[in-house]
Write a protein that binds this ligand. Structure first.
Ligand code: SAH
Length: 346
């Protein structure tokens, strides 16, 4: 029987150094291999040209490199690219490259499917779920960085954790991936260019604050009224707005980093003056801004984008109260690459 080989990228640099020492080699070899695995994102041991053939064979005998594979790449009329990414166990997640004249943003997944059940999100309809490993998250970023260089002649500039999954339900792996993305041995990106988006898990928001992370936080709020929020995001019954609010105040106290609220306005759900007033009140607990997102239909009749009049009302009242508000138009809609549309349909 053949032993199951371990994924070499589950090892820390220290563990790699120890492995080489235990095999009668120099610990430094561990640094070289680590550099190949992360800095150069090698897909095979054969690429490691400064490592001897025998050592490469020894690695081959002991480990695998579970790289992701971009199975299918779709390009939208607006330049957006969606990757269907095949994992080593044949599950698929999606990630998106969003170009603008000044930046390229990668929207990456943190789970296969999602732990939550937001009624308006296509990903929530997927049954199967597992967490992505740090290297599977990192690889999505590397793939998009390569595409950005190839198609837009510039490196990736920003990352948002707004693909499939709830990042804070896969906290350790998301943080480990961000560590690699920001470390000089990985991609060396500034954490200020990374945004983690969450539906709002209070305990984890506090934990992030305690860790004094340097990336930005976005919260998918969609309503500041418990009854309404629970009807569209049922887990709000477990993590009600009062707890979320307390965690966000804690976050701001520790990090002094402004929070972005993502918010879709739907017809007949959250399009009244009462809804706006509740949002204004919620925004005053900690410095924040509101991102009004266009709704991307997922093929059911319940959710419909509110009229422009309702969106303008939101904009005016928020601004009148000194709250920064942006209205974000969807990108990549024609290839189901927009927010909430990722569901492995390609
Ligand atoms: N679980 C995380 C990240 C994934 S969702 C979170 O909830 O933040 C990324 C963003 O897309 C969230 O703000 C989510 O509320 C929003 N979204 C989900 N479905 C959508 C849809 N059909 N149209 C527009 N935005 C949607």
């Amino acid at each position: 029987m053949q032993a199951i080989k371990k994924d070499i990228r589950a090892l820390t640099k220290e563990q790699l150094r120890t492995f080489f020492e235990a095999h009668g080699d120099k610990a430094f070899r561990g640094n070289q291999v680590y550099e190949w695995l992360w800095g150069k994102a090698a897909h095979s041991f054969d690429e490691m040209t400064n490592i001897s053939k025998e050592t490469r064979q020894m690695l081959e005998d002991n480990f695998v490199i579970n790289n992701i594979r971009v199975d299918q790449m779709q390009r939208s009329n607006d330049g957006t690219i969606k990757n269907a990414v095949r994992l080593h166990d044949d599950l698929i997640v999606e990630s998106v490259l969003i170009p603008t004249p000044t930046r390229t943003t990668a929207c990456v997944s943190s789970q296969v499917g999602c732990s939550l059940d937001c009624k308006f999100c296509a990903t929530a309809k997927l049954k199967r779920m597992r967490n992505l490993n740090p290297d599977e998250i990192y690889d999505q970023v590397v793939a998009i960085d390569n595409e950005s260089r190839l198609y837009f002649d510039r490196p990736l500039s920003n990352i948002v954790f707004m693909g499939m999954g709830e990042p804070l339900m896969n906290y350790n792996n998301v943080l480990a991936a961000i560590d690699k993305i920001t470390s000089p041995e990985g991609l060396g990106m500034s954490p200020r260019r990374i945004t983690v988006s969450t539906s709002g898990v209070p305990k984890m928001i506090k934990k992030m604050a305690d860790t004094e992370v340097k990336f930005k936080l976005a919260v998918s709020l969609h309503s500041a009224i418990d009854e309404v929020r629970t009807s569209i995001m049922p887990f709000n019954a477990t993590f009600p707005l009062a707890d979320l609010r307390e965690a966000l105040e804690y976050w701001y106290g520790k990090t002094k980093s402004r929070i972005t609220y993502e918010y879709v306005v739907w017809k007949g759900i959250n399009d009244t003056r009462n809804d706006v007033d509740a949002l204004v009140k919620f925004c005053k607990f900690a410095p924040s801004k509101v991102n009004l997102i266009e709704y991307n239909p997922i093929g059911d009749e319940v959710f419909k984008q509110a009229d422009n009049r309702a969106i303008e009302m939101y904009q005016q009242i928020l601004e009148r109260n000194g709250i920064t508000v942006t209205v974000r138009r969807s990108r990549g809609k024609d290839i189901d690459a927009a927010c909430g549309q990722l569901a492995n349909k390609s």
